[in-house]
Design a binder for this molecule. Sequence first.
Ligand code: TYC
Length: 104
Amino acid sequence: MGQSIPDTRIEIESREEIEVREPPMYRVILLNDDYTTMEFVVEVLVTVFHKPYDEATRIMLNVHRNGSGICGVYDFEVAETKVATVHKLAREKGYPLKCTMEKE
Ligand code: TYC
């Protein structure tokens, strides 16, 4: 009759908590001014925000009438790059066009 070996095993609880939150998203907002041409704003909406021409025209007129308007919703890096691109293109043409971003 052998001596019984004491059970020294321990139970390891390996419960990992996985982060499942979505990354925050940012609205990119175009602001109205009195100097930037309507054509340039439409061009920006088509080339930077990939809007079809008719939608770009609608967004531009909405900004013109209401003072500001949403161009799109993106993650932080994309939104930041779009804002910087709009400002760069506008400054190259001497327009004061402004664009901002806000967390959703
Ligand atoms: N208000 C400008 C004009 O009458 C047009 C314009 C629209 C400017 C939208 C900026 O974000 C803007 N020429």
